[in-house]
Ligand binder design. Structure first.
Ligand SMILES: Cc1ncc(COP(=O)(O)O)c(C=O)c1O
Length: 444
């Protein structure tokens, strides 16, 4: 029987078991960097370590704070009901009602109808990217799917072929044929690639967050919208990070000159408690890919697509994600970024603050000072990477904040706080970053 004591035992023993049986190097890195990893409980959306330290998480998956009580309550209610959680016919009312609701929510003010009318659910962001790759191929019967240099799209075999060069992509070659990347923001390269008539889709992030918090330039977005339509290639917006309110809009792409043909969602769609991702498209595109006959209707599927408990968590998350909360993200994000820029201006290791809403990056300058090098800390295998971002993270852990650098660019600190964070806490964080970065500057 699973009881409180099972949970208590797991929290007592599971951290060491992780080191032993899952990933020893991640456990060692967390220890060396003094990351707050032995986290034992949650208090008002924040994490509390075994020593009683309270940690504010800026990682981004927990947009409503950790373990939001309304989401936990919805799940408990479901578990206490006698509803099936899986439907062998695959006619699943939980997926149905969530899909309807998601499509309705994508309708921006003034639009006559929702831009999306069909949803496919899966479990991770990478699987949503896979679904888009397959939809694009099946719709167009064309071979090429292109992303942008610097992209982060996931770690499954198809999605990692769309990633930036480096550790997430290179060791897994050869990649799925036809996948490739265009130079970021290069209009001529975009036009040239589409002229060939063999591109099924272009996949982009409205802001490359793991790539260093780089918003797509407006003139590039305009060209993407125009040229993909002209050459009948699908435009796919990977909004796994930027969607669901993160930029202060329900979708970051809702202000683009035309709605992307496909939008991908993930991360806090399951309220941060359960894993769920979604591919939203138009019914007409789904029909061209899969809707011609019974045989192809489930040609792309996964066993637990939209299972009942994850959809319940997602419904509860959408309840929390009100228009007021999204407007709050927009306003709070703008003042947070302004405050950071003012506080850090003039520090020699500070470059700039970038982002939109509560998707924020602090770009840092490099230094070749030996005291701030990875060699100095006995980690010479990391010597090719910029060090200041991780050193700052290490200091911020000690001050009660969990932050991390961008996956593809360690010179940028990626900050994605919860949407409910208090303005005073952001102000406090801003002065702590200033203090810690000033101390690092003093060492150089
Ligand atoms: C933009 C983007 N796409 C896709 C993914 C992959 O999502 P997952 O890690 O859930 O597979 C991520 C993960 O961070 C992401 O940031």
């Amino acid at each position: 029987m699973t009881t409180q004591s099972t949970v208590a035992r797991i929290l007592r023993e599971g951290f060491d078991d992780f080191r032993e049986f899952v990933n020893p190097l991640v456990a060692l890195r967390a220890q060396l960097a003094a990351e707050p990893s032995a986290v034992h409980h949650v208090d008002a959306g924040r994490l509390v370590t075994d020593e009683g330290r309270v940690i504010e998480d800026f990682h981004g998956t927990q947009a409503f704070g950790h373990r939001h009580p309304a989401i936990a309550r919805a799940l408990l209610e479901f578990l206490e009901s006698d509803s099936p959680s899986w439907f062998p016919s695959r006619v699943n009312p939980y997926a149905g009602s969530l899909a309807r609701r998601l499509c309705e929510r994508t309708r921006a003010t003034g639009e006559p109808a929702p831009p999306y009318s069909n949803v496919y659910f899966s479990n991770s962001g990478s699987e949503a990217v896979e679904a888009a790759l397959k939809l694009a191929r099946a719709v167009s019967r064309r071979p090429r799917v292109l992303s942008l240099e610097g992209a982060y799209h996931g770690c499954t075999m198809g999605s990692c072929g769309l990633m930036a060069k480096g550790v997430f992509r290179d060791p897994f070659e050869p990649h799925v044929p036809g996948l490739g990347a265009l130079p970021f923001g290069d209009l001529d390269a975009l036009a040239g690639a589409l002229r060939g008539g063999d591109v099924a889709a272009i996949v982009v992030e409205p802001i490359q967050l793991e790539g260093g918090v780089h918003p797509l330039p407006a003139n590039y977005v305009a060209a993407l919208c125009e040229l993909t339509r002209e050459h009948r290639a699908l435009l796919v917006a990977d909004e796994i990070q930027t969607g669901l309110g993160r930029t202060g809009r329900f979708l970051a792409s809702e202000t683009w000159p035309r709605r992307p043909d496909v939008v991908l969602l993930g991360k806090h769609l399951g309220g941060g408690l359960l894993p769920i991702s979604a591919m939203l498209t138009r019914r007409e595109l789904w029909e061209r890919a899969y809707g011609q006959n019974f045989e192809t209707a489930e040609a792309h599927n996964c066993t637990f697509s939209g299972s009942a408990p994850v959809c319940v968590a997602a419904h509860a998350a959408l309840d929390l994600l009100t228009g007021e909360l999204i407007a709050r993200v927009r306003e709070l994000g703008a003042s947070f970024r302004r405050g950071l820029t003012e506080a850090l201006a003039g520090l020699p290791l500070f470059d700039e603050v970038r982002g939109d809403g509560l998707a924020v990056g602090i770009a840092l300058e490099g230094t070749d000072h030996p005291w701030l090098s990875f060699e100095h800390f006995g980690m010479s295998d990391l010597s090719g990477h910029p060090s200041v971002g991780l050193l700052l993270c290490h200091r911020l852990y000690k001050r009660g904040y969990f932050c991390f650098v961008c996956g593809h660019d360690w010179s940028v600190l990626r900050l994605q706080p919860r949407f409910t964070i208090e303005p005073e806490r952001l102000a406090e964080f801003t002065s702590v970053v200033r203090e810690e970065l000033s101390e690092l500057c003093a060492l150089t």
